[in-house]
Design a protein around this ligand. Structure first.
Ligand code: HEC
Length: 120
């Protein structure tokens, strides 16, 4: 009798373990998403669209050659900031840098981010 109870307990523990594994994992993924915010997807550089956006929205502060003016130089920004940092800075702004969340779509943000990231 006690043998059956033991194996019953072991089976319950196993099922509980599997249950935790299955329900625990999505939770962790959710946390990871919030923690690291957003991963910028891999894209080909679209220089034409990016330059258009840059000229209408960024040139006044970062200069025609990305050499910097009111804002810092961006000509080699791809070697100091990751795509995620670039994306976040452009989207949310930072001190003197305005937020472009409302003025650029997510697609445009990714386009400009990819272009700037290629400036190593
Ligand atoms: C009103 C002026 C202004 C405009 C317009 C502007 N920026 Fe900026 N930007 C700044 C300033 C000032 C900083 C420095 C912020 C700081 O010190 O934290 C900055 C910082 C940045 C940085 C981070 C640079 C670094 O070295 O960390 C990036 C990337 C950037 N801007 C991209 C852009 C892009 C792309 C646009 C156009 C969509 C844009 N900026 C438009 C003023 C501006």
């Amino acid at each position: 009798m006690s043998k059956w109870m033991m194996s019953g307990l072991v089976a319950c523990a196993c099922i509980f373990g599997v249950y935790l594994l299955l329900t625990g994992l999505p939770d962790k993924e959710e946390q990871a998403k919030e923690g690291t915010a957003f991963t910028v997807p891999e894209r080909a550089v679209d220089a034409a669209t990016s330059e258009q956006i840059y000229q209408s929205m960024c040139i006044s502060c970062h200069g025609a050659e990305l050499q910097g003016a009111i804002g810092p130089e961006l000509a080699h920004i791809g070697s100091s900031l990751t795509k995620e940092q670039l994306f976040k800075t452009i989207k949310n702004g930072r001190r003197g840098m305005p937020s472009f969340e409302k003025r650029l779509s997510e697609d445009e943000l990714i386009t400009v981010t990819t272009w700037l990231a290629s400036h190593q």
